[in-house]
Design a protein around this ligand. Sequence first.
Ligand SMILES: NC(=O)c1ccc[n+]([C@@H]2O[C@H](COP(=O)([O-])OP(=O)(O)OC[C@H]3O[C@@H](n4cnc5c(N)ncnc54)[C@H](O)[C@@H]3O)[C@@H](O)[C@H]2O)c1
Length: 351
Amino acid sequence: MSHKLAIIGFGGMGGWHWKNITEKIDAITVKGVWDIRKEAREKAEENGLYAYGSLNELLEDSEVDLVTVATPNDFHKPLVIDCLRAGKHVICEKPVALNSSELREMMEVAKETGRLFSVHQNRRWDKDFCIVKEIIGKEILGKPYFIESRVQGSRGAMHGWRGHKVNGGGMLLDWGVHLIDQLLIMIDSPVVCVDAHLQSIFSEEVDDNIKLFLYFENGISALLEMATNCFINHPRWHVSCTDGTAVVQDWSCQGKMVQLATDAQMEWADDIVYTEAGPTRTMVPRPAFTMKELELPTVQTDWSDYYKNIVAVLDEGAELIVKPEQVLRVMTVVDTAFESYRRKEGIHCHI
Ligand SMILES: NC(=O)c1ccc[n+]([C@@H]2O[C@H](COP(=O)([O-])OP(=O)(O)OC[C@H]3O[C@@H](n4cnc5c(N)ncnc54)[C@H](O)[C@@H]3O)[C@@H](O)[C@H]2O)c1
């Protein structure tokens, strides 16, 4: 079946949806765009798209069965609800809403109307994440126990509307929802404690530098870090497992795994060893022959699989990959992180 899609909000990400769908998804045609800015509507027309004169005109277009909402975050809830009530299937950009109670309202309307409702958590298809998911899922390095996931920039304040509270700006709602979603997908266990350190170094109204600790019921812990003022980056991922360590350096996915060599037996001497940092037993470097270096697993990923799944759900009743219930967990962690920082303490929970 062929589907006609309209995009609400034709800025950076709205343009990406249009391009990605047009190039890669045969079953969806992007028909038109609604944007409150005239220049954005003109850009749509220049690219051969129909520019709606109002939101209502889009909602009343019976040819359109699917809508992608890609506006600033504070408009997501009302727009998604309007589209669902108009009988459209809806894909909403992340963060789906400003908090979990807004998302619950949206989910209620999706249930009432029986329309498809999903969130564009596209970073589930990022190559770096899929590599780490493979290492953890297959226990390639034994049992994972601590995962560090970081995105680090150095451009200072949050940009444009992302710097304003009223628009749902701030790093936790911007990148936080991606990094949290990735962890919740990868670790099959409830979050039992959230400890958040949110700083506003350059953005007056919102958080722009974050350290977020998540503790899972199965004993795994994670540190998520998002920075706008980092000039010497840590690796994108650092994964500690019982039999070794994995590092994915950056989005280009350079990196390696180092594992214990199973055939290399060695005895640790009981004596203190003198290193450049003085005497130590615990931190004596392990001899090279007791370790082996492995290449990171190879994975095939494609962001367009998100929309391929949407088509499969609509046409063949396939299972939706990005489910609102999963995103509700993400938004509940976000709410708890804000509360943790407000109270300046870790919050026990079961999410
Ligand atoms: N999934 C991802 O990887 C990813 C990446 C970037 C942005 N995003 C998300 O996409 C959304 C848009 O971000 P962006 O970077 O494209 O922002 P942007 O500022 O580039 O574009 C937003 C567009 O929405 C329009 N707009 C604002 N209010 C509107 C309204 N009420 N009705 C119709 N149009 C309206 C603006 O005129 C603008 O053209 C955000 O929710 C953001 O978090 C997701």
